[in-house]
Design a protein around this ligand. Structure first.
Ligand SMILES: [Zn+2]
Length: 141
């Protein structure tokens, strides 16, 4: 079991407050960012494409974005069910898999298979935590 301690300050990438000490440095417990490494504001954020599953009442929108914070802010929804790392190709694949529950455009009935799929994705972590981890991994590559 990893012992977590409070970071000296909130993580710059995900805002997380806990970390672990490794090789004399702090690592964020949520996204793995090395605390103290400041992302250079002049450099563009790395591109991390995600497929998102947004529930509104009994429907789910399956879409894709490289800027999910901006994108989601513009779509009316009740709940972000899950993120999945992938771009247009994966989005199209999922649209095909759930085609029989398609209502209109990118909106699908929140059917049992879609519920199971998004629940499976969430097992790896809360959607925004997963996203922060992907950004962190990409930055550190
Ligand atoms: Zn973090």
């Amino acid at each position: 079991m990893i012992r977590l301690s409070p970071l000296p300050g909130p993580c710059l990438l995900c805002g997380g407050g806990d970390g672990e000490r490794k090789d004399g440095r702090w690592l964020c417990a949520i996204c793995g960012w090395r605390y103290g490494d400041v992302p250079d504001d002049d450099l563009p954020r790395p591109r991390v494409d995600v497929v998102y599953y947004l529930r509104y009442e009994r429907r789910v929108k399956i879409g894709t974005s490289a800027n999910p914070r901006q994108r989601l802010a513009r779509i009316r929804h009740d709940e972000l069910l899950a993120f999945e790392r992938g771009d247009r190709a994966l989005e199209q694949q999922r649209h095909g898999e759930f085609a029989e529950w398609r209502e209109a455009g990118e909106w699908f009935t929140f059917c049992a298979p879609l519920e199971a799929h998004t629940r499976g994705l969430r097992r790896a972590g809360a959607p925004w935590h997963q996203y922060a981890r992907w950004v962190s991994e990409t930055l550190q590559r």
